[in-house]
Ligand binder design. Sequence first.
Ligand code: FAD
Length: 310
Amino acid sequence: MVNPFGEGAVPVSFEVYPPRTPDKAPSLYETIRALAAVHPRFISVTFGAGGSSRRSSLEVLTHILHNTHVQPMAHLTCVGTTHAEAADLVREFLDAGITSFLALRGDPPTDEAHIDDFIGDVKTAAELVQLIQHVQSERAPWTDYPVMGSTARRIDPTPAPVNVAVAAFPNGHPESGATRADIDSLLAKQAAGANLAITQLFFHSDDYFRFVDKARTAGVTMPILPGIMPITSHQRLTRVVELTGEKEPSELSINLQIEPTAEGRAAVGVDYATKLVNELVAGGAPGIHLYAFNRHDTVLDVLHAARLVP
Ligand code: FAD
């Protein structure tokens, strides 16, 4: 995709989630319009493990595909699915015109009694990467074209290549005993055909650069895109730390707690994320991926402050 900011501009991308209720869709579509206006490389849409958001995720992805110039990236999870179910899911998204995926294992429910039933037979993200490539290679590359007021099908001689991204964990996945397991897992995903890694959020640029160094030494060659979440309330910081297992950044935590106004806390979150983005860009990160939380104001403030968009 041509970057309208010219050669050398740092690519940006965003993550959104499907609306939790239908009445939230219009505001999400307004957010997507505002995010698309800064020409991101892609906008990714999360997927509820177990398929809970299958329909709503696909709706948001096709909205992006048909209403913006931006590439939609579908998160897909494999936990709890059989091989045939996962292949059906991939086929459905490919048929809808989606060609970019973030292949994830997802998390089984915490209800211990059902964990064994829930694991399914596609057990790791690496297996899902392989499955996506396999489904695409087996799919007849048909395209519809209009003929005499109707449509006919023909073989597309140049079917769109499928891009498959995967997750990476600079500070280790909560289930991995040592960071080394994460690097091995990233290598397995690359061997399966992944061509981009997107990191879990982190709060210190050193964590990212140390991880990238280790990954390169081990043979990971795909770009590793840092994932950044501007956090504008202490409540959200606590929740995010709980969910990701990241260590709470004390400076951000204290500043969010002592700031009395919502406006002031927004500024604290934007400043922290901007400093992180500046350090990452200066250190050579291949782009910046922002967790938008279905709001455009905060992430766009960060990109403006970091001078990554005009
Ligand atoms: P995997 O890579 O399969 O494995 C996770 C970890 O397990 C590895 O890092 C490694 O430590 C260990 N491991 C795996 N295979 C092996 C092996 N063979 N040997 C030893 N150790 C191994 N979840 C959702 O439900 N929906 C989403 O939309 C979503 N989006 C996400 C987006 C990003 C950018 C990130 C970073 C995470 C996202 N998640 C999402 C969360 C993700 O599903 C969980 O973190 C899940 O626990 C792991 O998924 P994975 O794809 O990293 O799994």
